[in-house]
Design a protein around this ligand. Structure first.
Ligand SMILES: Cc1cc2nc3c(=O)[nH]c(=O)nc-3n(C[C@H](O)[C@H](O)[C@H](O)COP(=O)(O)OP(=O)(O)OC[C@H]3O[C@@H](n4cnc5c(N)ncnc54)[C@H](O)[C@@H]3O)c2cc1C
Length: 310
């Protein structure tokens, strides 16, 4: 039986793994897909400027450093192991994956948004045409292309900044007349070659097999225009998939797990951290995910060592 099973190997899960090693808790990290979470599966080529110790580090590199540190500290990380069930009993918790059944004294959930889907616009041409993207796993498809980026939040601006260096021309449209993003990111967009068009919505993506043009509408004047485009990059958020978490009996608020300041959930011996959780003042950042992971490990440690800690 493990002291702790950690579910998810994004920043929160990897930090929990590192900290569990310092506490000499026997542990394993189970990851459904690949190590690194959103940093590797959503924005591997994006620069990160707000993680202490690096003024500028590419996301997949930061994830790689976290994973290397975890492994060097002795963490066991198993990829391709999606936790599909979680039985919580008095003396043990049993996470189950299609590959096996684990037993633990405590579990730390660090699932992020779960196995999420990108939010779609639901417009004609969005499905089936080559050249419609919701993330930037590789900058190659955008090289030398005329790219239309859609959205006005941090993700959209950061995606546009990621591709603008290699794209032939990048245009960013947003339905409002202001961005909802960090000031520093907005300034970087303003200083970049990205053409920003406010009050504009994407109504149709046109083409035979691949994207050839888009139909845009100015939502103030109603004026419509067709613009030749080679690729569309839509960043309007994600739909978290926390179906399994709901099934396991965890208390949810909206699409997130409710935790107390110790990162305890409503289930005995089950702790949670990172983008998965909610509490007053919660922010979804890498640093907060890491901080919450340390708290979760500390709380799991106290829970496991009781009655000494009681
Ligand atoms: C475009 C974009 C840019 C961003 N830029 C920044 C930035 O510059 N700075 C910053 O601080 N933050 C940034 N963020 C936010 C940051 O990425 C997240 O806050 C952070 O990744 C949260 O870490 P996490 O470990 O909680 O979740 P995640 O990174 O989502 O990791 C969760 C992991 O759990 C796995 N998982 C899910 N379900 C299961 C299951 N059932 N079984 C096993 N494994 C499972 C997933 O596969 C995933 O690997 C950005 C977010 C986006 C979308």
């Amino acid at each position: 039986m493990y002291d702790v099973v950690i579910v998810g190997a994004g920043p929160a899960g990897l930090t929990a793994g590192i900290y569990a090693q310092t506490k000499r808790l026997s542990s394993v990290i189970l990851e459904a897909k690949e190590i690194g979470g959103q940093l590797t599966c959503l924005y591997p080529h994006k620069s990160i400027h707000d993680f202490p110790s690096y003024t500028d580090i590419v996301a997949h590199e930061l994830a790689g450093k976290m994973a290397a540190q975890a492994r060097e500290m002795g963490c066991e990380i198993r990829e391709g192991e999606e936790v599909i069930d979680l039985d919580v009993e008095e003396e043990k918790i049993t996470p189950k994956t299609p590959k096996g059944t684990y037993e633990a004294k405590a579990v730390i959930l660090a699932l992020g948004m779960g196995l999420f889907e990108p939010r779609k616009l639901g417009i004609p041409g969005e499905e089936g045409l080559e050249g419609v993207y919701y993330n930037c796993l590789d900058t190659k498809p955008f090289e030398g292309k005329r790219v239309l980026c859609v959205g006005g939040g941090d993700s959209a601006l950061e995606m546009a900044l990621t591709i603008c260096g290699c794209a032939g021309k990048s245009t960013l449209i947003h339905r409002k007349d202001y961005f909802r993003a960090d000031e520093m990111t907005v300034e970087r967009v303003e200083k970049s070659p990205i053409q920003v068009v406010f009050r504009t919505e994407l109504k149709e993506i046109m083409g035979k097999e691949r994207v050839e043009a888009v139909r845009l509408i100015n939502n103030e004047t109603g004026e419509e225009r067709v613009v030749p485009i080679d690729a569309v990059l839509i960043s309007i958020g994600f739909i978290p998939n926390l179906e399994s978490v709901e099934r396991w009996g965890l208390e949810l608020k909206g699409k997130a797990v409710v935790v107390n300041p110790e990162m305890r959930t409503n289930l005995r011996g089950v702790f949670a951290c990172g983008d998965l959780v909610t509490y007053e003042g919660k922010t979804k950042r890498i640093t907060t995910a890491c901080g919450e992971a340390s708290t979760a490990v500390n709380s799991a440690y106290k829970y496991i060592r009781k009655p000494y800690w009681a």
